[in-house]
Design a protein around this ligand. Structure first.
Ligand code: ADE
Length: 251
């Protein structure tokens, strides 16, 4: 899968992309991340990418021309004259606190594409014509405001990349994740069996895999019930799950 990132701060990206799982995924050509500097698509002497807002007020606004030119050139498209009709089938996603709030199911949805474009906003805002006539989707990583869309873009790349085939060492690695099955994940333990007087639950040492599966499922249900009861509304639950939750309620 290919990620085309458009930013005014390309230097933010390499350190994270050159580490651990994303580094390996890139080396094995499972993902390609191309980071484009929007400033390279300016034509004036000062390489201007921002300007003051019409109507006054504080802060600067990202100019439309370099953003349109960068994305159109790299994606090889002409922007649609009749939005929201997409100009191509490559999603052009603006990272913004005004977007739909990112979650595991959006990550899954994006992982179905061969290529996505991620546009990182900066300054006080972007010229509205970028939002209206160029981008096809808007994503927020949560209800708070950052200084720019670079960390949100990395978050989207990370969450999407680990869902792609072969990116995680363990082929079932993403299946049990918190949120993957609509529940928070069960607790994990590794050696030693006892640490500072705290023991690993006996069931995990029992070798009885049916029992371990049942315990993990119940732990996931209990955690979700306690910490994120809202998630239980949408989770796929069996009759046994519902019985177990009923027991928790009456505890
Ligand atoms: N840019 C600034 N804040 C953001 C957020 N919460 N999500 C996505 N992009 C952003």
């Amino acid at each position: 899968m290919q990620f085309e990132v458009f930013t005014l701060l390309p230097e933010v990206f390499p350190s994270y992309l050159e580490t651990s799982i994303l580094k390996r995924a890139r080396e094995r050509n499972l993902i390609t991340v191309n980071v484009h500097n929007i400033r390279d698509y300016t034509h004036d002497k000062h390489h201007t990418t921002d300007d003051t807002p019409y109507g006054g007020g504080g802060g600067m606004v990202m100019k439309p021309e370099p953003v349109f030119e960068a994305i159109e050139t790299v994606l090889g498209i002409a922007a649609s004259p009749t939005p929201p009709e997409p100009a191509s089938n490559i999603p052009i996603i603006l990272l913004t606190p005004q977007g739909r709030v990112f979650n595991q199911s959006i990550a899954k949805e994006l992982s179905q594409y061969k290529k996505i474009a991620l546009l990182c906003g900066r300054y006080e805002g972007i010229d509205e014509r970028i939002r209206e006539n160029l981008v096809t989707d808007q994503i927020s990583i949560g209800d708070y405001v950052l200084t720019g869309g670079e960390i949100p873009a990395l978050i989207v790349i990370d969450a999407v990349a680990r869902l792609l085939p072969d990116v995680l060492g363990d082929p079932t690695g993403a299946e049990d994740d918190s949120h993957a099955m609509g529940l928070l994940e069960y607790p994990h333990y590794t050696r030693p069996p006892e640490f500072r007087g705290n023991k690993v639950p006996d069931v995990l040492l029992s070798g009885d895999h049916a029992k371990i599966d049942k315990w993990r499922r119940e732990q996931a249900l209990e955690r979700t019930f306690k910490k994120r009861p809202d998630m239980l509304e949408k989770a796929e639950l069996t009759k046994e799950d519902l019985k177990f939750i009923e027991k928790l309620r009456t505890k």
